[in-house]
Design a binder for this molecule. Sequence first.
Ligand code: AMP
Length: 576
Amino acid sequence: MTEGSDVRAVCSATGSPAPDILWNIDSLFTITKVNALELESNLTLLGLSPSDNGRVITCNVENVVGQTEAYLQLNILFRPTILELLEPLRLHHWCIPFSVTGNPKPELRWYHKDQELHEQEYIKTEIHESTGSVHHGCLKLVNPTHIHNGQYTLVVRNEYGEDRKEIDAHFLLPPDTDYDTGLTVYIVVGIAGVALIGCVLMVIILKYGRNSKFGMKGSSSVISNDDDSASPLHHVSNGNNTPSSSEMGHDAVIIGMTKIPVIENPQYFRQSGSMLKSDTFVQHIKRHNIVLKRELGEGAFGKVFLAECYNLTPDQDKILVAVKTLKEASESGRADFHREAELLTNLQHEHIVTFYGVCVESDPLIMVFEYMKHGDLNKFLRSHGPDAVLMADGQHSLMVELTQSQMLHIAQQIAAGMVYLASQHFVHRDLATRNCLVGENLLVKIGDFGMSRDVYSTDYYRVGGHTMLPIRWMPPESIMYRRFTTESDVWSLGVVLWEIFTYGKQPWYQLSNNEVIECITQGRVLQRPRSCPKEVYDLMLGCWQRESYMRLNIKEIHSLLQSLAKASPVYLDILG
Ligand code: AMP
C-alpha cells in the first residue's frame, strides 16, 4: 500500500461454539455472522503512514476449545526522506554521516559542489545499519584533501519521490589560515597508551583566549582543561585533516578519531527546572542529632558515612542513615549542594532513595539519606557474581550467585524508578549501577544524581575543564552532541541491564575510552552476556536503537521487565 491509503483486513473464522475474534490493534472493526459457526471480521485502517511500515496485524480467534491466529504485515511504500545529514566526523576514515528512510529503499546519489560524485574505493557510500526502513551510513572518504572541501549534496530517490540535503564539509584548512586577533594559541600534542596498545593518539588542541591552558594527562587517556575559566574551548586544528572551529558548529575537541563538543556542562538541576519549585521546603536537621558511626564510601560531594539520626521520625527515636558530606564548600559547591537538596526533596518514589534533609549549621555541609544496607549496586553485583563466589570458596555460606529472576527483579525496580523520573521530566544523564543502591530483601533504588565521581573515575571521561562523561553508558547523540533526553536515559538503562546480567562488569571493559567512543558512534552495541535470556537482550537492543525515537519507551521497558520478573519468582531470603 502507498502512504496515505486505507487498508481493509478481513479475518474469517470458524469453530464450535462460534469463536470470538480479536485484533491486536486499537481500530474500528465489524463482525458479521456468516452462519452459525462461521464469523467474519472486517478491520479498516485509514491513512497509512510510513511509521506503519512493518507493522504486524494479528487476528486472534478463540473459543472454549482453543485459540489460533493469523497475521499480515503492512508494507507501506513511501517517498524517501533524509532524516539526518551531519558534518564530517573523523572515524577510521572521514565520514559524512546520514540517516535516510524510504520504501522501497532509496537510491543515494552524492554531489560535490554540484558535480555528481563518482564513487570509487576512496569515496563511497556505506550503509552501516538498517532498522526497518531507516538506513544509517556514511559517505566514507579516505584521506581527503582540500580539494574535497566544499558543499556536499545528498539526493535520495525512489519511485515515490525524492529528497535532498546539503552540508558543508571541510577536511583541511588552507595552510595560512589567519586565526583571529593574535590571541594565544596553544597546541598540545598528546601521545597515549604507546606501551600498552602500541597505538599513537595525537591530540592537537587549539584554544583561543588569554591565560588559557589546555593539557593532556598521560595516564588513562584523560584530557582535561586545567583552567576553569569560562572562555569557550575551540576545537583542534593541526592544519592537516582536521576541521576548524567555525566549521564544526559547536566548540569541540578531537579525541582519538572523534569530535566531542565542549560546551559548559548544563548541570541536571538547571535543565530540570520543573523540579525546582520555588516553595520547596528542605528539612533541616540539627547537628547534635547526627552521630557518625563509620565511613561507607566516597562520592561526588565528599565522604559518605553511616550514622544514627535522632528525632527524625515520630515513631522511632533513632534510625540508621547515610550522610553525605560536602568536601569543598566553595561558593559554587554550596550552590550545587542547595540545589541538589531542593531537587531531592521533590523526588519521592519507592525506587528513589529517600532524602531526609540537610544539616548546614557548620562545615562540612551534610545531606541525610535513608541507609541502604548493601551499598551500591555495582559492588553488590560483583560480590554476588561467579568470581566472588569462587574467591569466597565456602568461607561465607551466604555468598551465592544471583539468579536470573533476582536480576530481573533488580532491573524491574530500576525501570520503575526511571518511569517516575521520566514522569517528572527529569533526565538523569548518569544512570549506571554504581548510582543505584541495594537495601534489605533485594530492594533497589536509584540513589545518586551527581555527575562527577572519584571512586569510579575510570567509568568517566574528562573533556574540557571539570566535565566528566560516562561515555560507556551514553548513546551516540549524547557523545557527539551532548544531547541528553529521556531517550538517552533509556539507552543507559539498556547498559544497566547489561551490567546486571554480567554481574557488574564495566561496559566495553576491553576497550580504551577512545575506542569506546569510536565503537558507539559507529553503531556497535554490547554483546549478549552469557547468562542473559534472549528476551532481555532483545530489550537491551530496543534501548540501543541508534535513532532515539526508535528506542523503547520507558513504560514499555518497565512492563516487559515486570512480566519477565513475574514469570520467574524471586526467592529473596537467599541473600539475607
Ligand atoms: P555517592 O556519593 O552516592 O556516589 O556514594 C559513594 C558511596 O557511598 C556509594 O558507592 C555507596 O557505597 C555509599 N553510599 C552512598 N549512599 C548510600 C546509602 N544511602 N546507603 C548506603 N551506602 C551509601
